[in-house]
Structure formats: C-alpha cells, structure tokens
Design a protein around this ligand. Structure first.
Ligand SMILES: *Cc1c(COP(=O)(O)O)cnc(C)c1O
Length: 394
C-alpha cells in the first residue's frame, strides 16, 4: 500500500481514475486508545462499521481485543484475529449460525431479545453452561441520527421474564442496549441506564455484565457533538446508581466513533452543471449516508486553496450511476471556480462508508492508500481537548 503525506500528494502522484479511499490508521489507533483509557470496562469494536485490515490492525495495535460481530461471515473474518473475544450480538440468529459460531469459532457470548431465541441458543449449543447471555433491551433514542429501538430489544414485564430465564441458563448474565447511531448528547445513555435500573429491580436478578452499546458520535460538517468525555461521565454516574455489585463488568461497543475519522474519500469532478457537481462516487458507493441520511461530510478541494477573490459556495453532488436517487444534496461548500478534473477530499467517511458500498452500474471499485496527515475533523487530540476545556469553563 502506498503512503502519502496528504491527499494532495496522492493526487499529484497518481492522478487516479477511480475514487480513492485514503486511510488514516493512526486516527483509528488514537480513537481506540482514547476509549481504552477512558471507558471503565472492555472496549468491543462493532465490526460492521469497517473491516479494513489496516484499521483492524490499528485498533488491535492500540489494544482492542473484543469484537461485536453480527453474522457468520463477520465471525469467520474476526476469528483470524489472535486472541480476539467475539460477541455475537445480533438478536436474531439461525440455529446453524449459532452452532457454527459455538463449535467452529469458540463463541460463548450471545445476545437475545426473546424466549424463542433463548431456546434456540440453548439447543444449538447443546445446553452449554458456559455462556454469556446478553438480553437486548430497547431504549428510547435521544438526539440520535439513526434510532434503533424499533427493530430490536425487549421491554417491561417481558424483559424481566426473559432476564430471569436467561439467568438460569447463563454462566454470565448481561444486559445490552443501543441508544442509536450518531447520538449527539449523553442524555440517551442517562435514561437508558435508568431503565436498566428499573429492569434489574423488577426481575430481581444479579447482573454479571452490562453493555452500554455503541452510538458514540463522530464529528461531521454541520454540528459539533458533545465531547466524548461527557458521555463517559454520564455512563459512570448512571452505573454508580445501578443495583449491581462490584463484580459487574462493563463493556461498550463503539463502531462509528473508532473509525469515522480514519478514512477520507477522494473523488474527481467529472462534470459541473452550475452548482451541481457530477463526481465519481456516490450513494451506491461510500456516500450512502450523504444521500439517504443527509450527512454533511466535510469537504475540501484537493491541491489548491482559494484564489484571490474566490469564495466558498454551496454545491450538491450527483454520483456516477444512472439512478436519480444517486444524489447528495449537501450543501457542500467548495471554491466557486471548481471545475471538471478537480479532486475533492470528502472527510470522515470511515464509518459505514465502504461497508455499505456495492457494485451497481459497474462502480464500487476503489484505489486505496495510506494518508499520513490528520483527519479533516476530529473528536480526539488537541482541538477536541480545547473545546472540552471551554465547555468545562462555561
Ligand atoms: C452497529 C452496532 C454497534 C455500533 O454502533 P455505532 O453507532 O457505530 O457505535 C454496536 N452494537 C450493536 C449491537 C450494533 O448493531
């Protein structure tokens, strides 16, 4: 893999025809170290966010040993990581997937949100007594870009009954929840932990593990989320009030927050029509979230700054496929004289970017290179600490 000091150096050297994924493994390593230093428990990387070996290597190098996996292909992949602890956290699994995870890959940690799933797990593991079972609880999202509470999770009396049954079957009993992806403030974790407290009391069970899930925000162009340290404080304070013993171990499952900053996408302008740019990647590629979730990824023109008298103006993007939904409204602010043949760096696309890209219309192939400079925006490092210091003073 080629290494370049920046996107500008890369474009100068390669003049690439295809879109380029510029990897910054050092950013993934920094994010992982931050979580390992600041989260009071295990840090389990949500594999689906990005499974590039370069980023996995950086997370591993920083000390991440737990991985949240959701399917057999993810398990086959993640099982090659030395010393990896795999948690099969999809609440709906086939008997075959559970059996193979258990027998071939040594998985002992499973999530569930129904009694049917509990039976399935018990049968497929031959009534194994050595399991960690996580009951997935649905919690209310607050300030989340992608709420997840409708699809998975149990609540109320049903949840309490399931906790009692799972307690009888498990060596270690856990509760897990997910407040929704890109949750901008800690409020949802506060109310989720209050809900967990009520459930533990209702079920009267002893909890061995508590998983506060993922959902930790990254930073994009349109808003600044609360600093990650405020999430850690909220979780710490919420856990203090829970009816659990000293022995109960915490785990979190960040996906986005660990890898979003660690990739940029470098695209070429293939045509300009007024303030609409036709670029060579789009909603069927790594920019799904820009098209369908209105993510305002940060952008910059590669290779030159503003010319005298030139200003930044808002643009929308068309992706390369023939589909009209392959459109990214933006606004993406770029120099007014941008033209065909110019390259744009789209920053912080590392989470759910390439993971969602497909091959529609023959697109979806990328060059890859390592970039040694800093991410366009960061939740970590000097800039982030400064904004946090200001918040503390305020
Ligand atoms: C996707 C997912 C995560 C990661 O979520 P982020 O919002 O990327 O942090 C964590 N846990 C589970 C169960 C998930 O499905």
């Amino acid at each position: 893999m080629h290494r370049f000091p920046s996107a500008s150096a890369l474009i100068g050297a390669l003049n690439p025809d295809r879109p380029v994924i510029g990897l910054r493994p050092h950013a993934a390593g920094r994010a992982a170290r931050w979580f390992l230093d600041n989260f009071p428990g295990d840090v389990s990387y949500a594999y689906k966010a990005n499974s590039s070996v370069f980023l996995l290597g950086a997370l591993y190098g920083a000390g991440v040993r737990h991985f949240d996996v959701a399917s057999l292909p993810e398990i086959e992949d993640a099982a090659t990581i030395p010393g990896a602890h795999l948690h099969f956290m999809h609440p709906v699994k086939t008997p075959n997937a559970i059996r193979r995870a258990f027998t071939e890959f040594g998985v002992r940690s499973f999530a569930l949100d129904s009694e049917d799933e509990l039976k399935k797990i018990q049968q497929a593991t031959g009534g194994c007594r050595d399991l960690t079972l996580w009951v997935r609880v649905a919690v209310a999202p607050k300030n989340a870009k992608m709420p997840l509470d409708r699809k998975f999770g149990t609540t109320g009396a049903k949840a309490a009954r399931l906790l009692v049954k799972a307690r009888q079957a498990a060596k270690e009993l856990g509760i897990t929840f997910h407040v929704g992806s890109q949750t901008a403030t800690p409020d949802a974790y506060v109310s989720a932990l209050e809900e967990v407290a009520r459930l533990i009391a209702k079920a009267g069970v002893v909890l061995d593990r508590l998983d506060v899930g993922g959902g930790f925000p990254s930073i994009y162009g349109d808003s600044v989320p609360a600093p990650l340290s405020s999430f850690m404080r909220a979780i710490h304070d919420g856990v203090e009030k829970l009816p659990i013993g000293e022995r109960c171990r915490l785990i979190c499952e960040p996906g986005r927050a660990l890898v979003a900053e660690s990739e940029s996408l470098i695209v070429r302008v293939d045509a300009r029509r007024g303030n609409e740019l036709f670029i060579n990647d789009g909603s069927y590629g790594t920019l799904f979230d820009a098209a369908h979730m209105d993510f305002a990824f940060p952008v910059r023109l590669v290779g030159r700054g503003l010319e005298p008298g030139e200003t930044l103006v808002p643009f929308s993007f068309w992706g390369p496929t023939c589909d009209t939904i392959d459109f990214m409204r933006g606004p993406f602010y770029l120099p007014s004289k941008i033209k065909e043949g110019d390259y744009i760096e789209v920053g912080n696309t590392g989470a759910y970017g390439r993971a969602l890209s497909g091959r529609f219309n023959g697109y979806g192939a990328y060059e890859e290179a390592i970039l040694m400079d800093e991410p366009m925006l960061s939740m970590y490092g000097a800039a982030a600490e400064e904004s946090e210091a200001q918040q503390v003073q305020a």
